[in-house]
Design a binder for this molecule. Structure first.
Ligand code: FES
Length: 573
């Protein structure tokens, strides 16, 4: 090692003499590592979210082996470690309740161990933001590699997409257009390979955000999980992180304000998930970049969506990869990107996308002939959402973007489930469904229930969309005229808590307005009668509810915002 270089932090463990050096090396050697691996070469932590309960990340042990190959080839010493894995389809009440908990696991696992640089293995929805948030709070050299999407779902001669197909087919069953047997048969046809959801849902969106932020090698977002090039990407990532440690290229150098602005623009161009709003706000808060909800509208809302992918369009991630993937999209919108933003391969965004080809204009349309115009996320405000709410116009019905309707209120999601199929429910196609109690503190964890299914009696009339408003989130695979993330949420006494059946609500997306047509005096009277729900008594639920911030701030815990660096702490023995 060059003596002039600062001592690597891993040498504060492995480079010691006496009992401490013995303790740190000897126990690791029980896994068969030779002496020379402790000689001061970069120690690379591979942060793995593998779990059989997170099926989207079920191939990550294999993926990690390819990262290790690359690390060894470049002269590093890879050490893989597990962190809490969040499976979107299994965790109840919602994986989002545990995003911040997992981020703490990541942060403290990195900081407390002899690690000089980190590779983040990310796939299922919350595994991407939780790892980025935790790593950002340490700010070591860090690179991400996503697990890649599943192959396209195939059912009876048609492509079916993760999530999106479920919402469509379940409405068909409820509306009498599909039998339960057919619905069950589709289960095995939708998800037929390793990987994460293959629509432009939250996982694909966040994998795209990782690439747009510059935290992964080009091509990260779309390579299918089972494509050999995904494993090649992992191996190259392993090589690169060793170089990044040698260059001391830290996450804060990559995650700049420009990087976040680029990501917001890319999110518009891909028709990305509304969940990206919350996650990027939280990541920015960790790395110390000032980003707020208004930035999403100001920077991204006027941009078009170029990508014809479900849930906004027709194709799936496999098609997207074959069409050129994210580099092709970014090249198309390069004029609005900060092309000088640095990425983990040491090159700028502009250099990375300079020659990116598009092979299929049906899947990735051009800026001159976009798939949808003005498609970025819109931020609404008004007396119903003083701190903001969001809507994804690309997934909404154009005729409902300006709408006045009578509120049909559900106090909880259980109340909704109990009454939505009731033929006597007083609702018609002009009504607005309002759901309360599903925000960060209220659920708790801000569940993905904002895209409430429609009443069967409306479905039978051929109505496929009505306005829905809540403090919940929505799956990135879902669609509809759905207003989400109303802040402040009902559980803290926001105006949403005060809406009653029969109130009139004005939604005006072009004017960015969400208004409850009830007088201030009447709202004050209702607020005086409002009672907060009981706080959970103990454990993580208690910590979460006591400390989680509202959606417009990214729903991080107040005590986790910011970062503490990667200073080596006191000795353990
Ligand atoms: Fe894991 Fe969709 S359930 S990515």
């Amino acid at each position: 090692m060059n003596d002039k270089k600062p001592k690597r932090r891993s040498q504060e463990w492995f480079g010691r003499e006496g009992k401490d050096g013995f303790l740190h090396r000897s126990w690791i050697k029980n896994q068969g590592y030779p002496d020379d691996l402790f000689d001061g070469r970069p120690v690379i932590g591979i942060c793995n979210t593998w779990s059989e309960l997170t099926p989207c990340n079920g191939h990550f042990r294999e993926l990690a082996e390819f990262v290790k190959r690359g690390v060894y080839e470049a002269g590093g010493f890879p050490l893989e470690f597990p962190v809490m894995s969040l499976g979107e389809t299994q965790l109840r009440p919602t994986a989002m309740l545990f995003r911040n908990l997992a981020s703490m696991d990541v942060e403290e696992s990195i900081r407390g161990n002899p690690i000089d640089g980190v590779v983040l293995l990310m796939g299922c929805d919350k595994t991407t933001p939780s790892l980025l948030m935790g790593a950002a709070s340490c700010n070591l050299p860090t690179i991400g590699v996503s697990g890649g999407p599943m192959l396209s779902g195939q059912f009876r001669g048609k492509q079916i997409g993760s999530g999106t197909g479920v919402w469509q087919m379940s409405e068909d069953v409820r509306g009498g257009k599909m039998t339960q047997e057919e619905f069950t048969a589709a289960e095995s046809c939708m998800h037929r390979s390793k990987g994460h959801c293959m629509t432009m849902g939250t996982a694909s969106t966040m994998a795209s955000m990782v690439e747009a932020l510059g935290v992964a090698l080009p091509g990260n977002a779309a390579i299918p999980a089972v494509d050999s090039r995904r494993y090649r990407q992992a191996q190259l990532t392993g090589r690169r992180i060793v170089e990044m440690v040698n260059e001391d290229l830290r996450l804060s150098t990559i995650l700049t304000r420009s990087a976040f602005e680029n990501a917001i623009r890319v999110n518009a161009a891909i028709g990305g998930s509304t969940n990206a709003v919350i996650h990027l706000l939280a990541i920015a808060g960790r790395i110390g970049v000032k980003l707020d909800l208004a930035d999403w509208d100001r920077i991204g809302s006027a941009l078009p969506c170029l990508v014809n992918l479900q849930p906004s369009g027709k194709f799936l991630m496999e098609d997207f990869y074959y069409a050129g993937g994210l580099p092709a999209v970014m090249r198309e919108i390069r004029e609005v990107l900060d092309q000088k933003a640095l990425t983990v391969n040491g090159k700028t965004i502009g250099e990375n996308i300079a020659d990116a080809p598009c092979w299929n204009r049906e899947v990735i349309q051009s800026l001159a002939d976009p798939f949808k115009v003005n498609a970025g996320i819109a931020v609404l405000r008004g007396n119903l959402a003083p701190d903001g709410a969001v809507i994804k116009p690309s997934a909404a019905s154009p005729h409902l973007l300006k709408h006045r309707g009578r509120a049909v209120v559900f106090e909880t999601i259980e109340d909704f489930h109990a009454r939505i199929d009731d033929e006597n429910l007083d609702i018609d196609g002009n009504c607005i469904m309002v759901l309360k109690g599903c925000g960060p503190k209220g659920y708790p964890g801000m569940a993905e229930v904002g895209n409430m299914p429609l009443p069967p009696k409306l479905l039978r009339q051929g109505i496929t969309d009505i306005v829905r408003i809540s403090d919940a989130r929505m799956s990135g695979t879902a669609y509809g005229t759905v207003v989400l993330h109303v802040s402040p949420e009902a559980a803290v006494g926001g105006a949403l808590a005060l809406v009653r059946n029969g109130d009139m609500i004005d939604l005006d997306v072009p004017a960015r307005r969400l208004h409850l047509d009830v007088s201030d005096a009447e709202l004050a009277r209702r607020h005086a009668l409002w009672k907060p729900a009981a706080t959970p008594l103990r454990g993580w639920y208690r910590i979460y509810v006591d400390h989680v911030q509202q959606a417009h701030l990214g729903a991080d815990l107040d005590v986790l915002v910011g970062n503490s660096g990667a200073e080596v702490s006191r000795d353990s023995h």
